[in-house]
Design a protein around this ligand. Structure first.
Ligand SMILES: [Zn+2]
Length: 217
């Protein structure tokens, strides 16, 4: 178990690391995307600030808020997406990390009505089912409510139509891995479609069951 779960200093370092990595991979732009995390069971979260350059984020750009959005620590304004983050923590006590990114290929395929399918073992094991949430304007309570509804059933990731993706995890590494796997699976799907596959073959049901057993899903 990662020690980061039990140490706020480590959580802050992890948020910075994840944000830099997402920027390096082109999954967030200079001002886009936001990340939050909490200690298990805590009603206080650390979240990235609004309007700061994500490529050089540092610990002064993190804000601690409670689940009503009150600022407890830090000097900046929290991400405008804070209502969506706190909604997720409220409906999912098992979640300690939320990553919101702007995965270009995943978001693009969703505009064509294509959600991630079980085309690789990772898609089966890491992503499972990824619902597409209809468009709501970023930062609104409407978006937070819609995300809450779609995530409360146990999904590990959502696609926000015309916007990006949200992944959740027990810790930051898990949420980060889901966002990266989403884009990897979407790139693979796009390659298959460009190469002419009309209906790319899926992993057979029997093998999906086997994978789920193997990974204890
Ligand atoms: Zn966004």
């Amino acid at each position: 178990m990662a020690t980061s779960l039990f140490d706020e200093g480590e959580i802050k370092k992890e948020i910075i690391r994840v944000m830099h990595e997402l920027y390096r991979r082109g999954l967030v732009s200079a001002l886009g995307g936001n990340v939050s995390a909490r200690m298990p069971g805590s009603e206080e979260i650390w979240i990235t600030a609004s309007g700061v350059f994500k490529g050089e984020l540092n610990e002064d750009d993190l804000i601690k808020i409670d689940l009503e959005g009150n600022v407890l620590e830090g000097f900046m304004r929290p991400s405008v997406e804070w209502p969506m983050h706190v909604k997720i923590y409220k409906v999912r006590p098992d979640v300690n990390a939320v990553v919101h990114a702007h995965n270009p290929v995943t978001t693009g395929l969703a505009l064509a009505g294509i959600a991630p399918k079980p085309i690789t073992v990772e898609a089966v094991v890491t992503l499972r089912k990824v619902p597409i949430v209809p468009f709501n304007f970023p930062g609104t309570d409407e978006l937070a409510e819609a995300v809450g509804e779609y995530i409360q059933g146990g999904a590990r990731a959502l696609i926000l139509q015309n916007h990006g993706v949200v992944a959740v995890g027990y810790n930051l590494v898990e949420a980060e891995a889901i966002v990266e796997t989403l884009e990897e699976v979407s790139m693979t799907m796009m390659a298959a479609l460009i190469a002419g596959a009309k209906e790319p073959p899926l992993i057979p049901e029997r093998d999906m069951e086997l994978a789920k057993k193997l990974y204890g899903i």
